[in-house]
Design a protein around this ligand. Sequence first.
Ligand SMILES: [Zn+2]
Length: 448
Amino acid sequence: MELPVNVLDEWVKGKMGVESNRRLTPKIIKDYQLGKLVDVLTYVSQTSPFYRRHLEGCQVNNLKSLEDVARLPFTTEEDLRSSGLQMLCVSQSRINRVVTLDTSGTTGSPKRVFFTLDDQALTVEFFQQGLATFTSSGEKVLIFLPGERPGSIGDLLAKAMENLGVEPVQFGVGQTLREILDKLVDTQAQVIIGIPIHVLALARYHRLLVPQKPLNLKRVLLTTDYVAQTVVEAIRGSWHCEVFRYYGMTEMGYGGGIECRQHDGYHLYQGDFLLEIVDPDLGTRLPEGELGEVVITTLTRKGMPLIRYRTGDLARLIPEPCSCGSVLIRLGPIKRRITGLIKVAENTGITIGELDEILLALPGVVDFTAVFSSLTEPFLLEIEVETLGRTIDLPQLQRALQAHPAAELLLKQDRLRLRIKEIVDPAGYQPRIGKRRLEVKTDHEGQG
Ligand SMILES: [Zn+2]
């Protein structure tokens, strides 16, 4: 397959109004971003009641360099919950889609993200540019994502594909592994786009139980914020295909960055986002290359722009140029969510991301639940691993967990209960919808 050279750079260049005979440089990107930043700050201060208050006294017209953005206050998930509607910069009648996110918070109100028609067109543009880097016209792409409703991710992806001459195979989620695999066999799609855990389940089901079914799969794109390296390797190993990762949260209108064929970090969509890395505790900006919390500012959103939004993702920017030749800066792999760390002892704890890396590496595992219970003293962590067929046993599960210092400590203290749940009908298995997380059981209200 012939891949177009640096599609993303050409797109960003066009966005920044750089003439075709000039090269895109980091300086051009920074100057453009500063201009856009001032524009968006002015826009939100004039149109959104929340930002008018939030940015009061910040002299938003007076930013001299991108570094000055550090003078502005952060926005957080809690702002989305408590002041979502106040953050809007347009009247509610211009909102075309509202996405409610299911993550838990302290205020009890849902976290909602609002999109205008223009914002949705921007999402289609993000998808189209990303797709152009790893698909060719005439190919078929199985969309293994929610896509039933107009304006959903699957629907917008299909639009982007049609613009590119790529054929979308809409499948949605909530189907059984057999149904999805049959579709893949029938259509002989070359590409799958999906959520890591779902694609992993499909790959394992195929290799373990129906390997005689012939596929024509060449590439897989995994979306969502955190993609375990283990999952990438397991899918690559099962299907001998190339696996790309995409970084794009709902809050970012599903845009953000995509891996190039070097598979070493996400090239960021710098025409639309300003991204900073800050110290998660102090909130101070960290130099390029240091690990910290990802903070984003949307530069082109209309309905609900986000200014210095704390994503809760931990990652670092990769300052070295990429060997693919792109000048778009790269974001390294997302290490873990900042929240959700279970502290086991003074200097050690465990996260869902680390559990992913350990548990999903085991053969046949397609999902797991982890329940942290502080109803007992000391607390207890219960892990149930779901497998297709009898692929692992308890001692094997224990040995795998012992590789993690926190889990090893819990095992020693008999505070880690393990269970293996064998999926009786693998063909009828439906991958679970929604983000997995460590479930917490406490006697405090509002949690659990
Ligand atoms: Zn690259």
